[in-house]
Design a protein around this ligand. Structure first.
Ligand SMILES: C[S@@+](CC[C@H](N)C(=O)[O-])C[C@H]1O[C@@H](n2cnc3c(N)ncnc32)[C@H](O)[C@@H]1O
Length: 255
């Protein structure tokens, strides 16, 4: 009889003590994107999600799966010149010979190596999270004699760039697959010089006829919302490319 009541009672006391000593993280109490304290969570996880996504949502958007390094050849495909018109996109960046550009999510450096000849006194930091992409970037750097391209291995939360060091951060077909977009953008913001720019090239999410997977496109409305969340100001969208938005944002001079 005593055993029947004593044992469960003891278990309750031990569990309560263990909770006091090892409190569960706030996420354990989350429900529909809110913690019990009322703080909105930055990200939400959902088990029911799109097969091309990672089941993690940011500001209403599901984050896309990362394009693996196995797709490196696809990034260098011949038809890309027609589909994405990189020369027109680069001309629209209005770079100076001294500009310091960070190509974030650089992949094989399709844009880095096309930009670098325009920066004889500047440089390109080519950032990627996949070591295999960094190997390819290093190989192409020596193959192209592109001494002003600096491959950087970033982490999924940090581009690993020095503070106040870049004039322009470029993201081509990359931002939508950042697993920690808020942290990445905070790192990029920190790396920008005051007045520096962020330029995103993303396939137009508003157009269902563009033959790119849904999670790999973005609408202007969504991009603006996510950039404004880190303190960037929208400047303009140049719709000169056949299928992509080219969106310009600025870090305020006084930030
Ligand atoms: C679709 S590829 C585009 C590559 C390149 N921008 C281009 O246009 O050819 C996206 C790249 O972003 C990289 N990436 C994903 N998340 C990243 C992150 N948090 N930081 C840096 N690179 C990231 C991937 O490893 C991949 O190489």
């Amino acid at each position: 009889m005593i055993k029947t009541f004593l044992l469960p009672g003891l278990l309750v006391i031990v569990s309560a003590l263990s909770l006091l000593l090892n409190p569960l993280p706030a996420e354990a109490f989350s429900f529909a994107g809110q913690t019990l304290g009322g703080e909105p969570e930055i990200y939400q996880e959902r088990s029911l999600h799109h097969p091309d996504g990672i089941g993690k949502f940011y500001m209403g958007r599901e984050i896309a799966q990362v394009m693996g390094h196995q797709g490196a050849n696809w990034l260098e495909r011949f038809s890309r010149g027609i589909e994405e018109q990189p020369e027109a996109a680069i001309a629209a960046l209005n770079l100076k010979p001294t500009s310091v550009v960070a190509d974030i999510g650089a992949g094989t450096g399709y844009f880095s190596f096309r930009i670098s000849p325009q920066l004889p006194q500047g440089k390109v930091w080519a950032v990627d999270v996949q070591p295999e992409m960094i190997d390819i970037l290093n190989f192409l750097k020596s193959d192209n004699h592109a001494d002003n391209v600096e491959p950087i291995l970033g982490s999924i939360t940090d581009p690993n760039l020095p503070a106040h060091s870049i004039d322009l951060a470029l993201m081509v077909d990359a931002y939508h697959e950042f697993e920690y977009p808020r942290e990445m953008m905070a790192g990029i913001f920190h790396a920008l010089k005051p007045g520096g720019q962020v330029v995103l090239l993303e396939y137009r999410g508003e157009n269902p006829l563009i033959p790119i997977k849904g999670l790999h496109k973005m609408s202007q409305k969504q991009v603006k919302k996510e950039m404004q969340a880190v303190g960037l100001r929208w400047q303009e969208t140049k719709d000169l490319l056949p299928q992509q938005h080219m969106m310009f944002f600025q870090k305020p001079e006084d930030a």
